[in-house]
Design a binder for this molecule. Sequence first.
Ligand SMILES: Cc1ncc(COP(=O)(O)O)c(C=O)c1O
Length: 467
Amino acid sequence: MGTPESEERSVAEKQFTQYGNKRLEKFSRSIELQRRASQEIPESTSSNYRGSGSYAPYPMVFMESGSGAELTDVDGNNYIDFHAGVSAIINGHSPSRQIEAVKQQIDNGPYFATSYEKEHEAAHLLNEMVPSSDLAKFISTGTEAIMSAIRLARAYTGKEKVLKFEGMYHGHTDYALVNVHPGAEDLGTRRNPTKIPETTGIPQETMETVESAPWNDIDLLEEKLEREGDDIAAVMTEAVMSNSGLLWPENGYLDELRRLTNEHDVLFILDEVVTGFRMGLQGAQGYFDIDPDLTVFGKAMANGYPCAALCGREEVMRFLESGSDKSTFMGTFSGNPLVVAAAHANLELLHEVGEQGYKKLYDRGERLTAGLKEILADAGHDVFVPKFAGFFAVHFLDGGGDPAAWREYRDIGPNTDPDAYSRFAAAMMGEGIFLPPKTGRINLMHAHTDEHIDEALEAAKVAADHV
Ligand SMILES: Cc1ncc(COP(=O)(O)O)c(C=O)c1O
């Protein structure tokens, strides 16, 4: 009989062979590290999203270093990175300007419990780049920024509820983890959806402060705001549904959402944690020409460092100043000098990349998506690749529905085969291309070159046969 250790190892090895490559020994250190990590950390890493559950039945690869658009794992294997730090990397891994800025701050000291000049400079840059932002505050994560935006909206409007849309992920607070990825069949009627917590441990009282609706249906939103607008402090949305299959807004939907929220004295919170500085220099709000009251940035704003921002209209943001009728905004590490230095350097870099740089990124994205569609179709796979927006997804179709008609979260689950995508991603990993392990955003960054796109397409020709 084998020891538990050898049994675990053999399970991992057996799973690893499903990567679609025959070079198991190339990944021996990753396999060993996953075995050891699982004894110290639930899911073998701190965020479950990047944990063993997301990769199962395939094991995880342990990355060690990154430069530009490339990564190297602990076994010395190289990858072209299209996972891009779950969309947090836009200027490539470790651009020298950013390293220098952070090093300088390390030399000066990481934290003084006072304001400092760079904080003001970074806010100035952000406010200049984003038209809807008069004032900004920094915080560590998108989750915290959304949490603060919700509290601010309640304080400003004097109302309690927040309306979010089915299939949208806005971080991991209790308020945001409602109707994120439920089974479409459990959601009840579209007019009166069931509220389903994403996890156990969320109090019923909290759920009652969150309203949910299908996205992309302006009539339903209008009805809801007519009926409940007096209790709703904010409508919170992404401009593109980036965490559930990458759905696009119907023509005019976001403009109508703006009109209706204004009409009902409800704040419009735009979550640009993913779209910000990825869809373009002004994020999704520039792309779609919308004017939210509050915006949350994160991820690509600091190119891989834990810095997010809550910004918006002056009258609302001034509610974050001290006063008994105001809303608070705190955090020992909110706006920490190290990460603000990283964000500042990154925003300066993006400013230099300019519209021309984003145009090149879009051109590469268009070429990659067109090539993948063709390769997968040639291999006999029926796929849907939604329009490129700085990122894209690949859906393997299963269910017969026409993806051109998909409008909302409920349309996706019954019509796709997520396991087929996971097999494709695993096979791409075996070929040196790092994609999200589950259907999700495949990202371009400014550091990708035409050669990286060529290599990814060559890899896809092999991986397409392992789906
Ligand atoms: C749209 C969106 N909003 C908010 C968040 C939360 O950001 P963070 O992971 O930095 O807390 C995420 C994270 O993936 C996100 O995708």
